[in-house]
Design a protein around this ligand. Sequence first.
Ligand SMILES: C[S@@+](CC[C@H](N)C(=O)[O-])C[C@H]1O[C@@H](n2cnc3c(N)ncnc32)[C@H](O)[C@@H]1O
Length: 414
Amino acid sequence: MTPPPEIAEMLHRAMGFDAAALSESAVGRAVRKRMSQCGQRDPSSYLVYLRASPLELAQLVEELVVPETWFFRDGKPFEALQRFVMEEWLAANPERPLRLLSVPCSSGEEPYSAVMALLDAGLPPERISVDGVDISNVALAKARRAVYGRNSFRGAYPGLQERYFTATPHGWLLHEAVRKRVNFSQGNLLGDDFSLLRGAYDVIFCRNLLIYFDDQNRERALSVLERLLLPRGVLFVGHAESAPVLEKWFVSVASPHAFAYCKKSALPAQGKAQPSRARGEGRREMPRQPEKPAARLRPPVAVVSKEPPAGNALEQAQRLADQGRLAEAAVQCEAFLREQGASAQAYYLLGLVHDAGADAENAREFFGKAVYLEPNHYEALVQLALLAERQGEVRTAAQLRQRAQRAQQRRGNK
Ligand SMILES: C[S@@+](CC[C@H](N)C(=O)[O-])C[C@H]1O[C@@H](n2cnc3c(N)ncnc32)[C@H](O)[C@@H]1O
């Protein structure tokens, strides 16, 4: 059964996802599941029902969201957050609470990680105010419950559970002191009402969502975030989300592997002397890690672990990359390639590592190798499309996106 095309259009309007990300097979599976759950047999009558019921549309959206997340995902952004707040923000705002938005927050690991990072840095709890927003009510229910299993701790920072969680028969329950700092609500970043009744934020985390949007919706989302970010605030995006449209309103902050941006409008006018010029045209400099951290700063949670993670070299590489330990991830990938020979996944990871290090040329080469070995490697195709887009190669980017879409359909049909 092929779902009526109007359903994909409705989903595109509701979630903003790109056609390549919202493949027909995924939509088909989700529609079939929902139709059987509501006892509908005919796709056309389901479409009528869907049009009449916002609740049913929300249920269908639930079938398509990707709630993948974990504590201290990518590591470095949380270290950069600690430095920004303790070394820059605190001096300018000696009294009021820090306002941080995490959208999408999924099941809560990201906003809770931000709270733990700030507590670890020494910010008093009453000065931390975090909003977590997501389109998925299922993910939000999990976030409010704050009981987590092994997958949420895949960053494997020793001591995190012991310091902030209590073991229960159902998983690890996050301490109330952290839970209390986050206020969760349902919201659609592309909804007309998203910024209504929200104040402005000092810090916004918007990671691993923009990548799924098409250009138009990415631009729309970023313009909303620009309005919501205070002039001296910082925006964190995911490692694969630096699109040309981002640079319309934001400037990359010189903080390696944190994928942090500040507002263009807040930069001193061209020509005026500014300290950050030394490291990059128009870039604001994130406070660097002090040689000797101030006594009140405990080591950030995200850098506690120096032990090698378990598993084979490729799994280790993936884990290290997830923690933002990119140089170590590259070493593991190379070891894997030496021992096991060519591997699409190892090349893909090396591509991510080089892309994160702003080395587009090598990133492209490694993603290309991954696709050469595995022509339907969806993620590598998407990354190649993004790189082509960033370099202004519009036609190549469109072709790669089409290839990625076909690859995902093939994957869905298996
Ligand atoms: C991959 S998770 C990212 C979570 C977290 N930011 C991270 O990086 O680990 C993507 C989340 O985006 C949410 N989402 C999808 N479309 C959205 C939209 N238009 N507005 C808000 N949230 C959305 C999904 O429900 C899902 O929980």
